[in-house]
Design a protein around this ligand. Structure first.
Ligand SMILES: N[C@@H](CCC(=O)N[C@@H](CS)C(=O)NCC(=O)O)C(=O)O
Length: 369
């Protein structure tokens, strides 16, 4: 039996909850912050939600690593598409939603006073209302302070950054609302990992926080709301049938793809010199300043090297394709703006060792330089 240490208001917890439900993997979910601090934090070495604990003592942190591990261990009701080209698209969406889109979720939560009030109150309920606001994770006020401290490096404390996020939300959401809905998933009539990612992109913040974005979704994007409720109860989501690209989802990908690719490219360029310098055993946790051109504006934000790793995973999926698959992929990648990123590979690889990211083996470095 697995225990999911998460929170209802946590962006990434929604991805794993949907995944476990879809997979029919038995689990219990706990929102006990004290239990987390006492038992999980000493093992992982930092506080990050969600964490998955197995009865045999195994503790896995990071949604991507959790899903990679469980998908191998529990092949029934596969969440990864059989078609490697659809898997490539899944990795792109995962990269975008996990690493970039999260800024839209932080924006609607913390830059809307109603969202901030709602979230702070939730943190009080989860973490308690007595404690030192300056001491990490000691009470609701301390957690709110820490979360708000992320706004500058997400590029959403400036007015221009907020405008970029708002426009992205208002233009991408109607497209997704056309692509998913009742009995309708991103790749047709069957759910898969990409749906868990999209669900996470909206559920905890945009959909659940009692703020203007929630009202917008309920009034303007009812099919997407239906999908989000459906994925929250993903146990009953269908696991049979072929997955395929739909016209509606392709329209969504054509919109978000170039934004995601521009940022992946920028992260790659900035990560490369760091990777060339660091020792292999060094923990990679740098955040580098990145900027991309979007809507005729320069959007600046910090990019953790972790995001470059997620971009590298997209590239690895592409590199594993056969010649025929690559022909199909190249056509699609050109349509969604990922051709340039994928044709200029980053030589150096990274890997997760324990709960940290490190540069991959020495030989790799020599070969790349
Ligand atoms: N890459 C991680 C991200 C997890 C993450 O950032 N979780 C947020 C809550 S939704 C968190 O714990 N943030 C704490 C912090 O940033 O201090 C994953 O996919 O699990």
């Amino acid at each position: 039996m697995y225990t999911l240490h998460g929170m209802m208001c946590s962006y990434y917890t929604a991805k794993i909850r949907a995944y476990l439900g879809y997979k029919h993997i038995p689990f219990v979910e706990t929102h006990d912050a004290r239990l987390y601090q006492e038992r999980m934090r000493p093992i992982i070495g930092y506080t990050r939600f969600p964490v998955l604990e197995n009865d045999d003592g195994e503790v896995i942190q990071d949604t991507t690593v959790i899903i990679d591990t469980l998908e191998k261990r529990h092949p029934e009701r596969p969440a990864f598409p059989d078609d490697p080209v659809l898997m490539l698209v899944t990795r792109i969406v995962e990269f975008f939603i996990d690493e970039f889109w999260v800024a839209t979720a932080m924006h609607t939560r913390w830059n809307d006073p109603d969202g901030a009030r709602f979230a702070t109150n939730e943190f009080y309920m989860c973490f308690g209302d007595e404690g030192d606001e300056q001491v990490d994770w000691s009470c609701g006020a301390a957690v709110s302070r820490q979360m708000k401290a992320h706004l500058p490096h997400l590029g959403i404390s400036s007015e221009s950054g907020q405008q970029v996020m708002q426009r992205l939300l208002e233009e991408a959401t109607p497209l997704l609302n056309k692509a998913v809905g009742p009995r309708k998933y991103a790749f047709g009539h069957r759910a898969s990992l990409v749906d868990c990612c999209l669900h996470a992109g909206y559920f905890a913040h945009h959909y659940r926080d009692n703020a203007a974005m929630q009202h917008y979704l309920k009034t303007e994007a009812p099919a997407l709301c239906y999908f989000l409720d459906n994925m929250q109860a993903a146990f009953s989501a269908p696991a049979e049938g072929e997955l395929s690209m739909t016209d509606e989802f392709l329209a969504y990908l054509k919109y978000i793809g170039p934004v995601a690719a521009a940022w992946a490219k920028s992260a790659k360029q900035l990560a490369q010199p760091i990777l060339e310098e660091v020792a292999q055993s060094e923990v990679l946790e740098q955040t580098v300043p990145t900027e991309i051109e979007i809507f005729d504006q320069t959007y600046q934000r910090g990019t953790p090297i972790f995001s470059a790793w997620k971009g590298r995973r997209v590239q690895e999926q592409y590199e594993a394709l056969s010649d025929d698959e690559r022909k199909r992929a190249d056509k699609l990648m050109a349509q969604i703006g990922w051709d340039e990123f994928l044709s200029n590979p980053m030589g150096i690889r990274m890997e997760r060792v324990g709960y940290h990211l490190q540069r991959f083996g020495e030989d790799e470095i020599k070969a790349a330089s």
